[in-house]
Design a protein around this ligand. Structure first.
Ligand code: SF4
Length: 562
């Protein structure tokens, strides 16, 4: 540990009796909210206290309390659900939340707008489905991600198995969760955390696993990025990279996004031990004095990957090989119909912003439930917030297409729409500085028009928008990142790549929402005029550099950009 002056959250964790705190008593009081310490602890239990930021100021002026509600996040390793679980989650959303189910960029479902009086019922019902919310947030290993497409071959099945095992290995073990949310004192008492200890990790910790041929999970943005290495349909072992993480703070250069750096190759039987050692290093050496500097990436940036390798080898008394050479990363688009490998089919369905809900025009929620219930499909959530339904017979495909059509769930979307990610931001996220999900469709429409006008509509470009620099929708890992700066203003990032192997650079510190599309149009025009053959937008922006882009934007937008 770097200093004895620990951050406030460290004390809250350490005094919490393994995540119990006063949650149980405050759950039963008449208030609609929890106190500050419990708000921190609740995250480990998979829930965030939020309030409606649209109404907060008005209510305050009237001397009224904010409208508090809770976001509940499930833990669904690899995003895999069975049809009964999906239906139960859908029912639960109708009963206790704003009725939507939101697919997150970590392959989980979030419920929004749950009132405090319904928290316990919602969480205990989730546990009855053999799912949990434990460790979906908080300073622990969170949901483990992998390729969503339910491909039935040895390699993809191994990925799903690994994601499940890793997630189970590192779920917190204190009985506080069971006692608070499930069956009180009858729950077996176990107040210990062999791996985490009573202070858990210094910060959230993410693990993703994939194969180099398909980086649809943006694996390098994880604290631990695992590449399964295979040959002739045999698993040879795993390349381990460490230190990915996208959160940063505006105007604090000591905070930065980072992609995971390769550290070693391990054989199949060593995977669990190696992961455990990396987690222990972060537990023991991660910065517990400053939460903005507490992710594993800062330790990796400061100490270097070889320092980690030596420590792991010393602890395990094993010499590990250097990571195997891998080909350039690729992204596979799994949407639409595909044969899953055993004669049955799966379909990848596009869900804008991952929000499964019905409205006047689109009946995404009813349509999906109808299909899942009727055909008893498997359900898999993806890290780009889409949904996959598997185990479908050839003869059922046409009926499913009809249901999708009837409910206006279509897969005919523009390329920009397909790869556009947005985080929830306002009005629920307490950290949001600007809009994201609520401006997504407007932005997609405007960008579509610009690209069509310049005959660029067929380009594969990934754009991600977030309401703050925390980076939940991975804005620095795609071609273009739009990051909330202040209300109605954004920072603009370009020069990452579509495959998620390079981070983007900030070209504008501040631009208003109104001028954002003008700025993007200038970038697209530069791209059109000066690109090399087959060059992607991110590669182009990276090649010409940020100064040239800034100069061009300044020429056109003058003092409207900074
Ligand atoms: S990126 Fe920021 S605004 Fe968006 S959900 Fe995450 S924390 Fe909230």
């Amino acid at each position: 540990m770097n200093s004895t002056i620990l951050s406030k959250v460290e004390k809250i964790k350490s005094d919490s009796d393994y995540l119990a705190g006063e949650i149980a008593s405050q759950l039963n009081n008449s208030e609609s909210f929890f106190e500050e310490n419990e708000i921190q602890l609740l995250k480990f239990h998979g829930t965030y206290q939020q309030f409606d930021r649209d109404t907060a100021t008005k209510l305050k002026k009237k001397g009224l309390e904010k409208e508090f509600s809770f976001m509940i996040r499930t833990r669904i390793p690899g995003g895999v659900l069975n049809f009964q679980q999906y239906i139960e989650l859908d029912n639960l959303a109708n009963e206790f939340s704003d009725s939507s189910l939101r697919i997150t960029t970590r392959q989980t479902f979030q419920f929004h707008g749950v009132l405090k009086k319904n928290l316990k019922k919602t969480i205990s019902n989730i546990s009855k489905m053999l799912l949990t919310t434990y460790g979906a947030c908080g300073d622990v290993v969170r949901n483990v991600t992998t390729i969503a497409a339910p491909i039935k071959d040895k390699i993809h099945e191994q990925l799903r198995k690994d994601a499940l095992e890793i997630s189970s290995n590192f779920i917190p073990s204190s009985s506080s969760y069971g006692q608070i949310w499930i069956n009180g004192d009858k729950y077996e008492y176990k107040k210990e955390e062999k791996l985490y200890g009573k202070c858990y990790l210094p910060r959230k910790f993410k693990i993703g696993i994939t194969i180099p041929e398909d980086n649809s999970v943006d694996v390098l943005t994880n604290d631990i990025a695992i590449f399964l290495i295979h040959k002739d349909n045999k698993v040879l072992g795993y390349n381990i990279a460490i230190g990915g993480g996208l959160g940063m703070t505006h105007n604090k250069p000591e905070t930065f996004p980072y992609l995971a750096k390769p550290v070693l190759f391990c054989e199949v039987n060593d995977l669990k031990k190696v992961l455990e050692e990396i987690i222990k290093i972060q537990r023991d050496y991660g910065d517990r004095t400053n939460r903005k500097h507490a992710r594993l990436k800062y330790l990796v940036a400061e100490k270097g990957a070889s320092w980690f390798k030596e420590k792991i080898e010393k602890q395990l008394k094993v010499r590990f090989d250097a990571p195997k050479q891998i080909n350039d990363l690729k992204i596979v688009d799994h949407l639409g119909w595909h044969e899953q490998g055993d004669g049955k089919w799966y379909i990848g369905i596009f869900i804008p912003s991952g929000r499964i809900k019905d409205n006047k025009n689109f009946k995404i929620k009813s349509g999906l439930k109808d299909i899942i219930k009727t055909f008893k499909t498997s359900v898999i959530l993806s890290t780009d917030q889409n949904i996959f339904l598997g185990e479908i017979k050839e003869q059922d495909k046409k009926i499913i297409d009809k249901i999708l059509e009837k409910n206006l769930i279509v897969n005919k979307i523009s390329k920009i729409n397909r790869w556009f990610l947005a985080c929830p931001a306002l009005p629920t996220c307490g950290l949001a500085l600007a809009e994201a999900e609520r401006v997504r469709d407007d932005l997609v429409d405007k960008i579509d028009q610009i690209l069509s006008k310049h005959k660029l509509a067929n380009e594969k470009i990934s754009i991600r928008i977030t309401g703050c620099p925390n980076g939940c929708a991975r804005p620095y890992a795609g071609d273009i990142g739009i990051v909330g700066r202040t209300p109605n203003n954004y920072s603009l990032f370009t020069g990452g790549d579509f495959e998620g192997s390079r981070l983007s650079s900030k070209i504008l510190d501040k631009i208003s929402y109104q001028h954002l599309t003008t700025a993007l149009e200038q970038i697209f025009l530069l791209f059109k005029k000066q690109r090399n053959e087959n060059e992607g937008l991110g590669d182009f922006c990276n090649r010409i550099g940020k100064d040239l882009q800034f100069k061009k934007l300044k020429e056109v937008l003058d003092d409207k950009v900074q």
